[in-house]
Ligand binder design. Structure first.
Ligand code: NAD
Length: 290
């Protein structure tokens, strides 16, 4: 396929490289002038989109996605697909899909999980929203860049699945970290705490697969001085998106709200920026009740 790839950052560059490796003809554009081996550089987003069967975007946020979409949609060929893999707010995802469909294009919102490691290895999970025809067109590319693609529903459903999942993740990480900090103060050995909780009703992905306590459980960023991994500021971004969506849909999400406030404090006032999101544990460790 002829593919236009817009946004060749930490995630986009390895994803585009995997499409090239699979034999696709990829033209790329990034405002930072990034180049990727095998990807033909274009002078603008519109130039990368012209004549493409599929245009993939991998951008920082919804406002940038909206401005890039306004530029590429008029340049795209009718019947082509616009596939946004960024994590953005549900409203932007739906607005861009409406605009694309009005111009005779197929549209999919397909945020990913798996991080830069998954992007490089081609093992991402895609959660997709859009019509059956749009999903079918993008699916062979998801199969190259990832190991799993779930068609979650209509436009916006992929973003909805992503932020609901990550709201659970943020809340659960905080719960796991505060429980470890309490266990410390009660004189409970961390390994014993892990042995019990990981096989009891408090088990979770954050405890069992990504344990925030160094030297306990499988290898995780805690064993590497809390270098990300999944950075605290990206967790904050996703929690903010969950609260924006909850606001817009009138959903009551008190735990998500509390998690967003805690990560905001951690990232913006307590030196958490650039650390893994599991560094909430040393944060709690240093604190008392008030
Ligand atoms: P990044 O900042 O490394 O890459 C974004 C790229 O977009 C940059 O290279 C930037 O120059 C480019 N860009 C910005 N504005 C542009 C424009 N108008 N036109 C063209 N290019 C433009 O970010 P990333 O880590 O690659 O993340 C991309 C998206 O994927 C984000 O929405 C993020 O939330 C999501 N995501 C990231 C991870 C992760 O672990 N990094 C995991 C899952 C999802």
């Amino acid at each position: 396929m002829k593919i236009g790839f817009i946004g060749l950052g930490n995630m986009g560059a390895p994803m585009a490289a995997n499409l090239v490796k699979a034999g696709h003809e990829v033209t790329g554009f990034d405002t930072a002038g990034v180049t990727v081996e095998g990807v033909t550089p274009a002078a603008s987003a519109a130039a990368a989109a012209t004549g493409a069967d599929v245009v993939i975007t991998m951008l920082p946020n919804g406002a940038i996605l909206r401005s890039v979409a306004a530029e590429v949609i008029p340049a795209m060929t009718k019947g082509a697909a616009l596939v946004d893999c960024s994590t953005v707010d549900v409203d932007s995802a739906r607005a861009v899909a409406d605009q694309a469909e009005a111009a005779g294009l197929l549209a999919v919102d397909a945020p990913v999980s798996g991080g830069t490691g998954g992007a490089t290895a081609g093992t991402l999970t895609f959660m997709a929203g859009g019509s059956d025809a749009a999903f079918a067109k993008a699916k062979p590319l998801f199969d190259v860049m990832g190991q799993k693609a779930v068609h979650c529903g209509a436009a916006g459903a992929g973003q909805a699945a992503k932020i609901c999942n990550n709201m659970i993740l943020g809340v659960t990480m905080i719960a796991t970290c505060e429980a470890f900090a309490l266990a410390d103060k009660l004189g409970l050995d961390r390994q014993k705490m892990f042995d019990v909780v990981s096989t009891s009703s408090g088990y979770s992905w954050t405890m069992n697969a990504y344990c925030p306590a160094p030297g306990v459980g499988p290898k995780s960023p805690a064993d590497n001085d809390y270098k990300p991994g999944f950075a605290a500021e990206l967790m904050l971004k996703d929690l903010r998106l969950s609260q924006q969506a909850a606001e817009s849909a009138d959903a009551d999400t008190p735990m998500g709200k509390a998690a967003a406030a805690l990560y905001e404090q951690f990232v913006e006032a307590e030196g958490g920026r650039g650390m893994d999101f599991s560094a909430m544990l040393p944060r709690f460790e240093k604190r008392g009740r008030s």
